[in-house]
Design a protein around this ligand. Sequence first.
Ligand code: SOE
Length: 385
Amino acid sequence: MKSELCIGLIGSKFMGRAHSNAWKKAGLFFELPLQPVLQVVCAREQNSLHEFAAQWGWQQIETDWKKVVSSPHVDVVDIALPQHLHYEVALAAAREGKHIFCEKPLAMNTTQAEEMLHVCEQNKVVHYLNHNYRRTPAIAFARRLIDDGKLGRIFHWRSAYQQDWIVDPAFPLTWQLRAETAQAGPQWDLNSHAVDLAHYLVGPITKVSGLTAQFVAERPLADEASSGNLHANALGEAMGKVTVEDAALMMVQFKNGAVGSFEATRFATGRKNALTFEIYGSKGSLKFDLERMNELQFFSSDDGEGCQGFRTIQTTEASHPYAASWWPPGHIIGYEHSFVHAAVDFIRAVASGSSIEPNFASGVQILKVLEAGLESALTQKQVVL
Ligand code: SOE
């Protein structure tokens, strides 16, 4: 009987590191039905790839992604690439019968995403879209509270995803700032996470109004070879046009009648990676802040009169999702752990032949909302989904 799951990772930058760490740690902290094997890592630059493979323990390196996808030694293709490369790699991987672990956002548009989903379903492969924040204990616990009826009927969703890494107009024109490689700015990169969480915690969205802004129209061309972890050097004096938005806002209605707002920006000076959301219901409310990711704020109207107020739950008890596999209560975890949890759930899904969420079907629904937001910003009309 098979006891291993061989991973082929494509991409060796920020997400390549986060995924490598996840595959390595998954079996050290969690009981797994199959042990992940770091079989092969693929990227374009061979020299740095040798170093990357040695550091993370990848057994082989490859510079041609097509060889990874068709390798008989690979069971899972892990796509840790910018979104404009997801479509081609995912289609090829699914056609080779490989299970797919794919970084977000799923694709450049809904048309690509729908085809990716269709080909995965046709070839009966497990497909996972890595909106990793769902798998922080606090957010998974928030879902449990909602499922248990602790919030009652939900009225409001409110999220803000704020970063500041491009406030300086001298920050170069990296792939994230060009429509041909990124499709959109924070709407794709950041609001994709927030919409995924809203879908997970509140439900489907039916109406969208959007507003976008661009604060810097031109930037120095980037030396892409120097870019990684949201840093990059300019190539020289030459400038290029920024072809994505710098901030994206949406007002939405949910199918269950709740209403919500989303704010995503790379121009919130001082905010590095601040994702906050609030949910207000008839019986209780929740507040989450990624910068305090082990905590969940919970208000319950069931609390006795005079004792009501938002309480801070440390989601590190053994009874909290994922927490028992790490440390004793109060010994907190971080950003990278959400990737480990994703790897664990993915491996379990593959072993049991079941599906996992979010997946490419979730990705299609997320992109529909994001596209509606941009369309509405352009036409200045509400879009009904
Ligand atoms: C960059 O904006 C980024 O790395 C996103 O791409 C990630 O999805 C998010 O988790 C942190 O910020």
